[in-house]
Each structure stands twice: as C-alpha cells, then as structure tokens.
Design a protein around this ligand. Sequence first.
Ligand code: PGA
Length: 267
Amino acid sequence: MRAESVPPSRVRARPVLVANWKLHGDGVHVNHWIETLSKLDLIGSGRLEAIVCPPAIWLERARAHLHGDRLALGIQDVSAYAEGAFTGEISAAMAAEAGARYALVGHSERRRLFGETDAVVVAKASQAVHAGLVPILCVGETAEERQGDKTEAVLTRQLAGCASWRTDPMAPLWIAYEPVWSIGTGHAATAEHIRAAAQIIRTHLAASDATMVDRIRLLYGGSVGTGNAAALSAIAGIDGLLVGGASVQVESMIALCRAVTGEESPS
Ligand code: PGA
C-alpha cells in the first residue's frame, strides 16, 4: 500500500466510540443498555463521544431511556431516497425525527450482502447530510483486494463521490475505515496497516478539498475488543473506533469506554 504524506497539523479531539449493534437486541436489552450506559459517570464527563446505533425500530425507545445528552444515537443505514414507493425503507429525515444524529452508510455488510454500490452509498450519504445527520461513511478493502495490493485503489474509489454530495463544505463527514477481512473475524488490522490506510484517506480527501481533511473524523473498525481498544484508538490519525460485536453487551461497552479514555476499570 502506498501513501503520500499529509501535513500533520491536526489537534487530537476527545475519542469517539460508535457502537453498532447490527441485528441484535430486544426491547428489554435496549432499556437496560441505554439506561446503564447513559448513567455512567464517564459518559456524563464528556471525555469521549459515545454513539449507539441500535436497530432502527428501537431508536425512539432508546431515546426515551437516555439520561442527559452525552450519549448520542445513530442509525445503521438510511434510504437513498427521501420518500416515495420504496417498501421497507427508512428515510434519513425519519431517522432524525426518531432521535438519530448520525447515520452509518456503506457498511461492508450492506455493500456485500445487500448489493449496495458506491453510487447508492453516495446517495445515502447525501440524504443523511440533507436531513442534518452526520454520515459515517464506511470504507475498506476485502481480503482479496488486499492480497492483490488494491487497498489504495479501493479506498480511493469508495471515497470518490465525497466531493460531489457535499454541497455544504462545512457539513461534517466522518469516515470509518473497516477492512472487510477484519470485521467479526477476531483479527484487527495492525497499527501499521491502519496508519497507511488513514494516510491514503486523508491524502485523497485533501486532494479534492484541502479544508475537508481537517474537519473529518476518521474511525477504525474491525474486531475491536476490550483488549485492543486502547492501543487501536491511540494510533496516530485515528479519532475513534466503530465497534460491532464487542459493543452489544453493555458491560463490554463500558470496558471499551474506559479503555479509550485511559481510565482504569474498577477491580
Ligand atoms: P466487529 O464489527 O467489531 O464485530 O468486527 C465491526 C463493524 O462491522 O462495524
């Protein structure tokens, strides 16, 4: 993987932790998880930005159980359309009304299992921005693409639409680098690999809009757990983590919060 250099002028903000439950959790789970986490002192302290993306049907229930505004809600996917005859879809505006402030778009499971193309992902990101949500655009290469030395080409292609849908240059954009081969496998990418990918992403964005690169937040996702979260979140150029499996149980999420803020777990 090749990466050109970008000026290292960034000030590190507080770490971001995004919990992506995927297709997990019933109503009782939502109540317990949200209540427990949003009452955690560490969440109230504002030392990290914690965001949870439950299944969309639970957004309003989750909102009803929040204490304070330190824990934010996100949706795992939004429609590429604003409205119309699209059975089963949920628009970004509906998600915003239900309490979401963030939207994952282009997660590799959506791309791989549900056939989402780069064009569809760009349309979804555009809908999210339009509705006032912060899009978290997921990008990453497969194992085959990595072995074929195509990581840079894949990331560049997946990011290519960014400039076009960002009609408001000040609109926030978050990127989650999630190598497909590391998701749910127990094999997180190495620090060296993540640094190189982060450099490619920032270099590409800087080339299309020099000011954008200072405003994006760049997350890493893929087999993040309580044992590696501290090290992964400390990687230069990484602003936070997107966590799947290890975020579903609230005890594990609390341990992740402590890990990324450097707080010791009470013994
Ligand atoms: P994982 O999933 O943490 O279970 O690997 C990450 C993701 O898919 O966002």
